[in-house]
Ligand binder design. Structure first.
Ligand SMILES: Cc1cc2nc3c(=O)[nH]c(=O)nc-3n(C[C@H](O)[C@H](O)[C@H](O)COP(=O)(O)O)c2cc1C
Ligand SMILES: C=C(O[C@@H]1CC(C(=O)O)=C[C@@H](OP(=O)(O)O)[C@H]1O)C(=O)O
Length: 392
C-alpha cells in the first residue's frame, strides 16, 4: 500500500490517493469523518478548527461502500479557502490586491526560513508555510482511518492518547486498571486533552490557558498502542525492512514531532538488561508470549506479537503571539517573527495523527507480506499465518 497527499493549508482542497487497499473492504464516508472529528477536537486549538468541519468525499476506488481494489481518492474541502481565494488564486497573476498577507519574517521553529532558502521563495514565505502547515495531516488521518478499518477486519486495534502537555502529566497507574484498547479509547476520548484522568485533564487545560495568556505555546508527549498484531511483521534482514524503523520515521514525519521511542524507550537506557528484556514463555493457549513489554513489541525490527507501544515527543507550536527574534528576509533588519493565526498546543490532535501513522505502517507491513488483492483472501492468509506462528 502506498499513498500521497496534496493540498495547501488555505487552498481549496486536500487530497490523498491510496493504492493497494484490498477489494471488498466495507467503508463509508461517515467512518472516515468520525476520525477526522477526533483530530479536530482538543483543547488549545486555534480559530481555524471553528471554521472547518472536516468531511471526506470519496472520489474514486469505492463503490456502494466497498473498496474496488483500484486507487482510492479521498478529498477534504478547506472551508477556510473562501477567505483566502484571491490570495491563493492559482490562475491569477500576482497583484498588490491578491498578494496581501505576505510572510517576510520567518518564525523560528517553523519551516519558513529554510524552505524559503531551498525553494527560492524570497518574495513571500507563505509559499512555504502553505504546504508545511499541519493542515495536511487531515489527509494522513483520513488514510489512517481507512487503514484502521482494514486492521479492524484483521482483529488489530490501534489507539493514541496524551501522556503530558508541558509539566502536566497523566496518571499512568490508571493504565493498569484498563482491560483493553476499547476501554482505553472510551476513557481517553472523554477528556478534552485526550488523557487518562480528570485531574490530568484539568492540569493540562491550566497549562494551556496559562501559555496562551502569555502569548506562548506548549508541547507534550503522546502514546500509541497497537494490539492483535501478529509476530513477524517487518524483518531484521535489511535496515529498510525493519518495521520499528518505519514507524519511527512515520512518527517523526508528523509536523512538530521531535522524538520517538518504543516500550520503555529512553528510560531503558538507565536500566540493566535484566530489567529490560521481555522474558519468553509458552502456553498451549497462546504459543510463545512475553511476561512484559519493555521493548514495545519489537525485536530485530520485527513485531514480537506483544502490544506495540510507541511514544512521540511533540515540540511546542512555533508561532508565538508574543513573537521571538527574527530577521526580515527583504531588509535583513532585526524584527519580531511574523504572527500567523495559530494553535496554543496541538498535542491532543497529535495523538490522533500518531495513531493514524502507526495504523498506516502496520497496514502497509501486512499488505507487503500477504496477498492484498481481496480482503477475504487476506483474512484467510492471515488466519493461517497466525495458526502457524502459534504452533511454532
Ligand atoms: C495538528 C498540528 C497543528 C499545528 N498547528 C500549528 C499552528 O497553529 N501554528 C504553528 O506555528 N505550528 C503548528 N504546528 C506545527 C508546525 O506545523 C510545525 O512545527 C512546522 O511544520 C515545522 O515542522 P517541524 O516542527 O516538524 O520541524 C502544528 C502541528 C500539528 C501536528
Ligand atoms: C489547519 C490546521 O492546522 C493549522 C496548522 C498550522 C501549522 O502551521 O502547522 C497553522 C494553523 O493554520 P491557520 O493559520 O490556518 O489557522 C493551524 O490551524 C488543521 O490542523 O486543520
Amino acid at each position: 500500500m502506498k499513498y500521497m497527499t496534496a493540498g495547501e493549508s488555505h487552498g481549496p482542497e486536500e487530497i490523498a490517493i491510496i493504492e493497494g487497499i484490498p477489494a471488498g473492504l466495507q467503508v463509508s464516508e461517515a467512518d472516515i469523518n468520525q476520525e477526522l472529528a477526533r483530530r479536530q477536537h482538543g483543547y488549545g486549538r486555534g480559530q481555524r478548527q471553528v471554521i472547518e468541519t472536516d468531511t471526506v468525499k470519496f472520489l474514486s476506488g469505492i463503490r456502494h461502500q466497498k473498496t474496488l481494489g483500484s486507487p482510492i481518492t479521498l478529498n477534504v474541502h478547506n472551508d477556510d479557502h473562501n477567505h483566502w481565494a484571491s490570495i491563493m488564486a492559482p490562475n491569477d497573476v500576482e497583484t498588490p490586491e491578491n498578494s496581501v498577507r505576505k510572510v517576510m519574517r520567518p518564525r523560528p521553529g517553523h519551516a519558513d526560513l529554510v524552505g524559503g532558502m531551498k525553494y527560492r521563495h524570497f518574495k513571500d514565505l507563505r509559499n512555504v508555510l502553505e504546504r508545511s502547515s499541519a493542515r495536511e495531516t487531515v489527509m494522513r488521518v483520513a488514510v489512517g482511518a481507512l487503514s484502521k478499518k482494514l486492521l479492524k477486519e484483521l482483529d488489530i486495534d490501534v489507539h493514541g492518547f496524551v501522556l503530558n502537555i508541558g509539566p502536566a502529566k497523566t496518571d499512568l497507574s490508571k493504565l493498569a486498571t484498563i482491560k483493553n484498547l476499547e476501554e482505553l479509547r472510551t476513557t481517553t476520548e472523554s477528556f478534552a486533552t485526550r488523557t487518562l484522568d480528570e485531574k490530568a485533564d484539568q492540569a493540562m487545560k491550566q497549562v494551556i490557558d496559562s501559555a496562551k495568556a502569555k502569548g506562548n505555546t506548549v508541547g507534550g508527549t503522546v502514546q500509541v498502542f497497537a494490539t492483535g498484531v501478529p509476530a513477524g511483521l517487518g524483518s531484521y534482514v535489511t535496515a529498510d525492512d525493519k518495521l520499528d524503523a518505519k514507524i519511527a520515521r512515520a512518527i517523526v514525519g508528523i509536523n512538530a514531532f521531535k522524538g520517538v521511542d518504543f516500550g520503555g524507550g529512553f528510560d531503558n537506557a538507565e536500566k540493566f538488561g535484566s530489567e529490560v528484556m521481555d522474558e519468553i514463555y509458552w502456553s498451549q493457549e497462546r504459543g510463545f508470549y512475553r511476561s512484559s513489554d519493555n521493548l514495545g513489541g519489537f525485536e530485530g525490527g520485527m513485531t514480537t506479537g506483544e502490544m506495540i507501544a510507541v511514544r512521540g515527543v511533540v515540540k511546542p507550536i512555533p508561532t508565538l503571539y508574543r513573537p521571538m527574534h527574527s530577521v526580515d528576509i527583504d531588509t535583513h533588519q532585526d524584527h519580531p517573527a511574523s504572527i500567523e493565526r495559530s494553535d496554543t498546543t496541538a498535542v491532543t490532535a497529535a495523538a490522533v495523527i500518531a495513531e493514524s501513522m502507526v495504523a498506516i505502517e502496520i497496514a502497509k507491513a501486512i499488505l507487503d507480506k500477504f496477498d492484498c488483492d481481496n480482503l477475504d483472501r487476506l483474512k484467510e492468509q492471515l488466519k493461517n499465518y497466525r495458526q502457524e506462528i502459534k504452533q511454532f
